[in-house]
Design a protein around this ligand. Structure first.
Ligand code: ZN
Length: 210
């Protein structure tokens, strides 16, 4: 994607996420990979009011080349790009239902969310949970990098999701599927529930995921 197109696409995606209630205030940040670095949304910006000319352009090492100061969470994006060659776009939000799931008392080894629907398995797949670290703690970056090798969808505990995609649309669809599945999870609380079986998940992975 040409840089001018990437700038426009990023701003349009920011508006869409605000319109759909997936981000609030100045939370959330988006990025798109370029040939020689990446574009990320600036710090303290509302995703609904982005200016294509003021997006932060960083080199592949994460240094600011031009535009406004990048989001303080830009390092999350860099950690993922560093280890996922297939990622060309990343969306990080504090979307309400995803954030609620991130605050649950998760048992080690158990799925972060049960595979409730086929679309969840196809779009999100195996969601990884990264333990809580205070903002700025460098262990957060290390933990994200470690799980991003195998997972395009990551949930930061007591925080929110980081979703890598082969395109911005791909990341958006995965984020929306995750948010809707998180809603279902709470709607079903207290009801006898039958998630997909391991065989059904394996069958979907054979047919729909590489
Ligand atoms: Zn955040």
């Amino acid at each position: 994607m040409r840089e001018s197109e990437a700038r426009e696409a990023l701003c349009r995606m920011g508006e869409l996420l605000v319109r759909r209630g997936l981000v609030h205030g100045s939370t959330g940040n988006l990025s798109v990979r370029l040939d020689d670095g990446w574009l990320v949304t600036p710090t303290n910006s509302s995703l609904g009011e982005l200016d294509p000319a003021r997006l932060s352009r960083l080199d592949s090492a994460g240094r600011l080349l031009d535009g406004d100061q990048p989001s303080k969470e830009a390092f999350l994006h860099r950690c993922v790009y560093d280890v996922r060659g297939d990622a060309t776009a990343i969306i990080h939000t504090h979307s309400t239902h995803c954030a609620a799931v991130s605050c649950l008392d998760h048992k080690p080894g158990a799925p972060v969310l049960p595979p409730l629907t086929a679309y969840y398995v196809m779009r999100v797949g195996d969601l990884a949970l990264v333990p809580y670290y205070r903002p700025g703690d460098e262990r957060l970056a290390l933990a994200v990098k470690e799980v991003a090798v195998k997972h395009a969808a990551i949930l930061l505990a007591n925080h929110g999701p980081v979703i890598a995609g082969k395109s911005l649309k791909d990341a958006q669809y995965a984020l929306e599927e995750l948010e809707e599945t998180a809603k279902l999870h709470f709607l079903l609380h207290g009801h006898p529930t039958r998630p997909l079986t391991a065989e059904q998940v394996a069958e979907l992975n054979v047919h729909f995921r590489n």
